[in-house]
Design a protein around this ligand. Structure first.
Ligand SMILES: C=C(O[C@@H]1C=C(C(=O)O)C=C[C@H]1O)C(=O)O
Length: 360
C-alpha cells in the first residue's frame, strides 16, 4: 500500500494531466465558439451537453469507475459552464436576491464563473431578456407542494422569450439565527410558504407562538435575520451562509421530497435530443363549446404523444370566463408527428419551447 506522501505525489501528477487535458479541451471549445459566431448560432446547447454526460456515464459504469452519473454531471456541468464562458461570456438574470433558491438553480447550470444579474421579480427577468440585457433567465415554474407559479405562466403567455431548459431542484429549509438561545428568538422571517412547509418543526421547538413575519423571499429573510439578534430566518443554508447567519438546524421541512421545477429562458430553439419535452400554450377557438378541450387532447392521444402536465389559466382578456391551457408533453416540436398535430391547431397553439427533459 502506498503512503500518504506517495498518494499525494500521484494525485499531483494526475492533476497535471487533468489540467493539460482541460486546456486542450478548451482550445477546441474556442474554435467551436468561432464557428458559432460565424454562423450566428446559440452557444448553449443543452442537448449536446446531455449527450456528453450520458456517454461518459456509460463509459464510467462499464469500466467499473468510481464516478457515478451524479458525479460525472457535477464535474462536467462546471466544465461546460467554463467552456461556454470562453466561447462568449453571457449574462444570466435570475429571480433574486442573491442566495435565493432560483440563484442556486442558476448556479447549478451555469457554474460559479458566470456573470449573474439578480432581479427583484419574475417580470423583471422577462423584461431584461426582451431588452437583450441578459442572454438567459432563470425563474421558478412549479413546486411539488405549492403548485404552479402563476406569474411565470402568465408571462410566458405574453412574452417572446422561449424555454430552453428545465431543471428540478430539491428544496431544503434551514433555521438560521444569531440568537444564542432559541428562547431569545422573538420573530421569524421567511417567505409565506416557508412557514407552511416547516410547521411541525416550529411547533416542536415552541416557535409557533413567536411572531412570524412573511417577506418576499427566503433570502430577504436571511438579510433581515442578519441584522437582528432576536430574529431567525427560515431560508436556504446557502442564503444563511451568504448573509452570515449561523444555521442552527438544517432540513427542517415537514416533508423531505419537496422540489421546485425551474425554467431557463432564452431566445433560441434547441436541436432534438431524443429525450425532450415541449411546452405550449393553447387558446381554444371554441373553448365555451362542450368538448373543445377533449377533442384537442384526443389528437394527442391518437398521435401517441404523452402529456406530462396541463394547467388552465384565466385568459384575462375581455371574454368573460375565457381560459387558456398550459400543456407540457414528451417530444420535440420538430418531430414530424408533433409538427402535423401542431399545424392542425396552428391558430390556437403558441410554442413556448422544446428542451431536454429534466430529472430530479
Ligand atoms: C462546445 C460547445 O458549446 C457548449 C459547451 C459544450 C462543451 O463544453 O462540451 C457543449 C455544448 C454547448 O453548451 C458545443 O456546442 O459543442
Amino acid at each position: 500500500m502506498k503512503s500518504l506522501e506517495e498518494c499525494r505525489a500521484r494525485i499531483d501528477e494526475i492533476d497535471n494531466e487533468v489540467v493539460d487535458l482541460l486546456n486542450r479541451r478548451m482550445e477546441v471549445v474556442r474554435r467551436v465558439g468561432e464557428i458559432k459566431h460565424e454562423s450566428n448560432s446559440a452557444i448553449y446547447r443543452p442537448e449536446r451537453e446531455k449527450a456528453i454526460i450520458d456517454r461518459l456515464t456509460k463509459i464510467s459504469e462499464s469500466s467499473g469507475g468510481l464516478l457515478n452519473s451524479q458525479a460525472i454531471e457535477a464535474v462536467f456541468l462546471e466544465i461546460f459552464a467554463v467552456a461556454r464562458n470562453l466561447e462568449l461570456p453571457e449574462r444570466i438574470a435570475y429571480l433574486g436576491p442573491e442566495g435565493s433558491f432560483t440563484h442556486q438553480a442558476a448556479e447549478s447550470r451555469f457554474g460559479a464563473m458566470s456573470d449573474y444579474l439578480s432581479l427583484g421579480s419574475i417580470e423583471a427577468v422577462f423584461k431584461t431578456l426582451e431588452a437583450s440585457r441578459a442572454k438567459f433567465g432563470v425563474v421558478p415554474i412549479e413546486n411539488s407542494r405549492d403548485g404552479v407559479v402563476g406569474e411565470t405562466l402568465d408571462l410566458l403567455g405574453k412574452s417572446s422569450v422561449k424555454i430552453v431548459a428545465e431543471l428540478y431542484m430539491p428544496i431544503h429549509m434551514a433555521f438560521a439565527t444569531k440568537a444564542e438561545k432559541i428562547h431569545h428568538i422573538k420573530r421569524i422571517y421567511s417567505k409565506d410558504k416557508g412557514f407552511g412547509q416547516c410547521r411541525e418543526f416550529l411547533t416542536e421547538h415552541g416557535l409557533d407562538v413567536v411572531e412570524h413575519i412573511p417577506v418576499e423571499s427566503t433570502a430577504k429573510a436571511a438579510i433581515l435575520a442578519a441584522k437582528d439578534p432576536e430574529a431567525a430566518a427560515i431560508c436556504s443554508h446557502i442564503a444563511a451562509k451568504l448573509y452570515g447567519v449561523p444555521t442552527l438546524f438544517e432540513n427542517i421541512e415537514d416533508t423531505h421530497n419537496n422540489a421546485t421545477r425551474f425554467f431557463i429562458l432564452s431566445d433560441f430553439k434547441n436541436g432534438i435530443s431524443g429525450e425532450d419535452k415541449t411546452s405550449i400554450l393553447v387558446r381554444l377557438k371554441d373553448a365555451q363549446k362542450a368538448g373543445a378541450l377533449v377533442h384537442f387532447l384526443e389528437d394527442f392521444n391518437n398521435a401517441d404523444i404523452n402529456l406530462s402536465k396541463i394547467e388552465s389559466r384565466p385568459s384575462r382578456d375581455n371574454d368573460g370566463f375565457g381560459y387558456w391551457f398550459f400543456i407540457d408533453f414528451f417530444g420535440h416540436i420538430d418531430e414530424p408527428k408533433i409538427q402535423s398535430l401542431i399545424q392542425k391547431h396552428a391558430d390556437e397553439v403558441t410554442w413556448l419551447g422544446s428542451y431536454v427533459k429534466g430529472e430530479l
